[in-house]
Design a protein around this ligand. Sequence first.
Ligand SMILES: NC(=O)c1ccc[n+]([C@@H]2O[C@H](COP(=O)([O-])OP(=O)(O)OC[C@H]3O[C@@H](n4cnc5c(N)ncnc54)[C@H](OP(=O)(O)O)[C@@H]3O)[C@@H](O)[C@H]2O)c1
Length: 191
Amino acid sequence: MKPILYNHALVVGGSGMLSAASLHLANSGVITSVVGRDPSKIRKMQEHSFVFPGKIIPVISDYTDIPQFIIDVIMTQESYGPVTLAVVWMHDTARTAPHHLAKLLNKHNCKFVHVLGSSLGESENKRLELEKQFSEFEKIDYQQVILGHQIENGESRWLTDLEISDGVVEAIISEEKMITVGRPKPREERP
Ligand SMILES: NC(=O)c1ccc[n+]([C@@H]2O[C@H](COP(=O)([O-])OP(=O)(O)OC[C@H]3O[C@@H](n4cnc5c(N)ncnc54)[C@H](OP(=O)(O)O)[C@@H]3O)[C@@H](O)[C@H]2O)c1
């Protein structure tokens, strides 16, 4: 597997289904700022960050409060240096937050891995529209990870947290602009 050569990663929503991806980064020696509201979830992850202890940095922030969220990211950059890899899983409760974050990170070269739910995978127009919006940031290397579903023993099911994290780690080391995890289509096949 290719090594992960980033100094400072920011993983938004990194204490939920992406916790294994956050830990993979930290255990590869990358300073990993994990954004979430509940400090106890991130504390638990710190206990599993055993290869390079101290690499998981909690950023306790609610991304629906966009101005405060941006200040919180600025503060972690002031302490640990520019974010060179952002992995972003945000709910639609903060539709414009990814764009505000990219605008902030555009001051330095940064890979921006945007994790998107199944509904985005279905709508090529919406996906392309997002790509277009992010193309205004010349220092952002924008990549989309589309989550789908799995077929197992003839039954359809949603992806597990581990499958999602593994897919995201694969995307981080890939130069493809769009990666799908599982099967994004067709809608009728979804669980
Ligand atoms: N296509 C698929 O198969 C698919 C797609 C999506 C999800 N899923 C599954 O569905 C399950 C639940 O998904 P989920 O969306 O709840 O994801 P999750 O990743 O399990 O949880 C959300 C993450 O975002 C953080 N978060 C949520 N709201 C936040 C806010 N306002 N500000 C800051 N951080 C916030 C949470 O931490 P805090 O709560 O501490 O803030 C947590 O780290 C997952 O276990 C996943 O496996 C499957």
